[in-house]
Design a protein around this ligand. Structure first.
Ligand SMILES: [Zn+2]
Length: 322
């Protein structure tokens, strides 16, 4: 039991077990997504007037927010119709931002109402970190092995290349006003994806990791109640369960790609997509719990007459234990 992925899996499964008791909610059998937008929102952007790389740089370098994004879109975001892509290169730097007080500080500088208590508190949500890490690995093409693409690999590669091209920008900690006036505390989206639709059209997809803290306090996702308001602003909101981000962040990103229609095949090819609840994340070799923090932590292998899912560690050490 000394392998890192097994230790981590046991710890996370224990933690979710405790959370279930504290909240009296069936977290382990909950869906991965707790809330989805009612429709696709397609925004028209003016045709290119001038190159607007500076806006993109600004959004990428800094924690971004609603006003600067829309300013960039209004001025004709030539970048959208080109092949370049802005996703983080240096994940460490971005991980430092995954902390609400940092985002609130930026929001305050941009004129939003933010009470001091929110600036002092260091809030850190692990699910958010893990979902961000998985997204990063997928976009740096480090995690292609998370998909088994044997039967029709040509088709897979083709659709993969298509959707990959359409994702233009992913930011962490995106600040959005929570009402028409700046005198209410803004929302912080955990991820915002800017995806090109057709020529001069974009979709803005907001991902909120609904943390267990909210449920422990008897509440629910903050943005779920405000879906209509965010829809008016132009955002499609996806609320994802933080406990699922802890167990299988790659599945979270794949389901997001599937549900949003960006890459419908993402879950079809995903290794382990047949697992229906967190309780089913059990190794077919050693019977200990599994999580997928790195893309290769869950692997398919043949045991006797059947194909099972197992820890990377157990698959690699099979010949020694059997
Ligand atoms: Zn195992």
């Amino acid at each position: 039991m000394e392998a890192q992925e097994i230790k981590r899996a046991v710890k996370i499964h224990d933690y979710i077990e405790k959370l279930e008791k504290l909240t009296s909610l069936s977290l382990k059998s909950s869906p991965v997504f707790l809330g989805l937008p009612s429709q696709k929102l397609i925004l028209q952007i003016p045709e290119r007037i001038k190159p607007c790389y500076e806006y993109v740089e600004q959004l990428y370098e800094d924690i971004s927010e609603h006003d600067s994004l829309f300013k960039a879109l209004r001025t004709g975001w030539g970048y959208i119709n080109q092949d370049c892509k802005i996703v983080p290169n240096n994940k460490e730097q971005y991980f430092q931002q995954l902390n609400n007080s940092y985002a609130f500080r930026i929001a305050k500088e941009r004129g939003h109402l933010v009470p001091d208590c929110l600036l002092e508190k260091k809030q850190f949500c692990y699910g958010q970190y893990e979902a961000y890490y998985a997204m990063h690995e997928i976009f740096q093409s480090n995690a292609l092995g998370v998909w088994s693409m044997k039967p029709d690999s040509h088709n897979f590669r083709h659709t993969y290349a298509e959707w990959y091209k359409n994702v233009k920008l992913i930011t962490s900690q995106f600040v959005v006003p929570s009402s028409r006036h700046k005198n209410s505390i803004p929302y912080i989206f955990d991820q915002l994806w800017v995806v090109s639709h057709n020529t001069n059209q974009v979709r803005l997809l907001g991902l909120e990791i609904a943390g267990e803290n909210q449920f422990l306090n008897g509440g629910q996702s903050k943005t779920l109640r405000k879906n209509n308001y965010l829809k008016e602003l132009g955002y499609e909101m996806y609320q994802v369960a933080s406990w699922w981000c802890r167990v299988d962040p790659y599945r979270v990103i794949c389901e997001f790609l599937n549900l949003s229609g960006i890459f419908p095949d993402a879950t079809k090819y995903l290794i382990g997509s047949e697992l229906n609840s967190i309780d089913e994340y059990v190794c077919g070799i050693c019977s200990a719990p599994m999580v997928r923090w790195d893309w290769d932590w869950i692997q398919k292998c043949v045991v006797g007459d059947s194909t099972v899912l197992a820890h990377k560690h157990c698959v690699n050490h099979r010949e020694f234990i059997s």
